[in-house]
Write a protein that binds this ligand. Structure first.
Ligand code: ATP
Length: 370
């Protein structure tokens, strides 16, 4: 069992009823959260939802208005930032331009109690960790942006903090370098075993690096779970819409029982059948959610399927590896279906205005009631 599924396991970090107000504005609202040793934990959400404020409270740069934050079972409220076993990785432009890579990494160590004789060895370990062995004598302007990022990481890890905080650490990198660096980050996190907490507004980044993701909404936690569970079983329309692409169809419960729910959603359209364990009253407003890649598209009417609707192709986005089809139904709904392009010159010979069928199994979608 993973630590977060183990009720006996005590967390490395615990937020207990933490609220942060700026004047009469509530940035973080009565939040409870556990983060475990060894996790790579991502705080994800739109701009202004309180991610950075949460991180800054962990670092000690902000003080909670209410509640407390525990590290290893101890309230860190009274502990000043420089005495916490917590370090923050800053953007690479915070490196000292006049110092070499090695001296940048050694900077915090020289101001700590570490004996001089140990510092050189520690710097070397850090250079190896971030694969910059041959770069010790260079200045920050003599290395690439990705390498600077790794120096900043090495500097932040040099004092072996229990917890490393990263606020949009890859924001300054272009997309390709950013993706490479994400894998490097994961690698380094695994090698050191240090608990990482990263703030990002990029859902792909969160999905790539994190053991668990907290999706935030206006100072609250909308859902905290592993990336696959957040994607496959979002708990609300907000989370479903925030992560990945999804079709959201509003309707009303027409029947519910024996693990199957039927949803009435448009005049003249058959009810949607969906596997759903909950008990919902008939007439309850709900949203049916289905990912485009779980929606099949075909010219022929599919046989033996619970859910099939017909429409016309309204738009096609060819993305190389996949194609996304926007299909307009008679009811006016637009539903997206996605296919993987496995063959060269793939596609299914489908083009604009073609009449097509969309279908999906009852296990493919979700019924959301909030
Ligand atoms: P972003 O992705 O844009 O950085 P965020 O989710 O990290 O956003 P925070 O920086 O935590 O958001 O800010 C949350 C809210 O608190 C915002 O509305 C912000 O304007 C407000 N806020 C943050 N710091 C202060 C401050 N020192 N004084 C007043 N309001 C603040």
């Amino acid at each position: 069992t993973k630590p977060w599924d183990d009720a006996e396991k005590s967390p490395l970090i615990r937020f207990e009823g933490v609220t942060k107000r700026f004047g009469d504005f509530t940035a973080v609202d009565n939040l409870d959260l556990d983060i475990f040793q060894g996790e790579f934990f991502a705080l994800l959400g739109p701009s202004g939802c309180g991610k950075t404020t949460l991180l800054r409270m962990l670092a000690g740069f902000e003080v909670p208005t209410q509640g407390r934050i525990m590290l290893d079972g101890q309230d860190i409220g009274p502990v000043p930032p420089n005495r916490r076993a917590v370090n923050m990785m800053f953007q690479s432009y915070a490196l000292f331009p006049h110092l070499t890579v090695a001296d940048n990494i050694a900077f915090g160590l020289k101001r700590s109690a570490m004996p001089k004789s140990e510092i050189a060895g520690r710097v070397e370990d850090m250079l190896n960790l971030v694969q910059l062995k041959g770069f010790a004598g260079r200045k920050p302007d003599q290395i690439s942006g990705g390498q600077r990022q790794r120096v900043a990481l090495a500097r932040a890890l040099a004092k072996a903090p229990k917890l490393l905080l990263l606020d949009e650490p890859l924001g300054a990198l272009d997309k390709k370098l950013r993706q490479e660096t994400q894998f490097e980050l994961v690698d380094i996190q695994e090698k050191t075993g240090t608990t990482f907490v990263i703030v990002t507004h990029d859902q792909e980044e969160a999905m790539t690096v994190a053991t668990r993701v907290a999706v935030m909404d206006n100072g609250r936690l909308a859902q905290v779970d592993t990336p696959d569970r957040i994607y496959e079983t979002p708990n609300s329309v907000y989370v479903a819409g925030f992560i990945g692409d999804i079709n959201l169809i509003e309707g009303k419960v027409a029947s519910c029982g024996d693990g199957r729910t039927k949803i009435a959603w448009a005049e003249g359209q058959p009810d949607i059948e969906c596997d759903h364990a909950g008990a919902l009253e008939i007439g309850t407003s709900c949203t049916f959610a289905i990912r485009p890649e779980k929606t099949a598209i075909s010219k022929k009417q599919p046989e033996n399927t619970a859910n099939a609707v017909s429409g016309k192709i309204h738009d096609i986005a060819y993305l190389g590896n996949i194609s996304t089809y926007h299909v307009r139904l008679d009811s006016g709904h637009i539903i997206k279906a996605q296919t993987a392009n496995r063959e060269r010159r793939a596609g299914q010979g489908l083009t604009w205005e073609d009449s097509v069928w969309l279908s999906w199994s009852p296990t493919a979608g979700l019924v959301l009631t909030r």
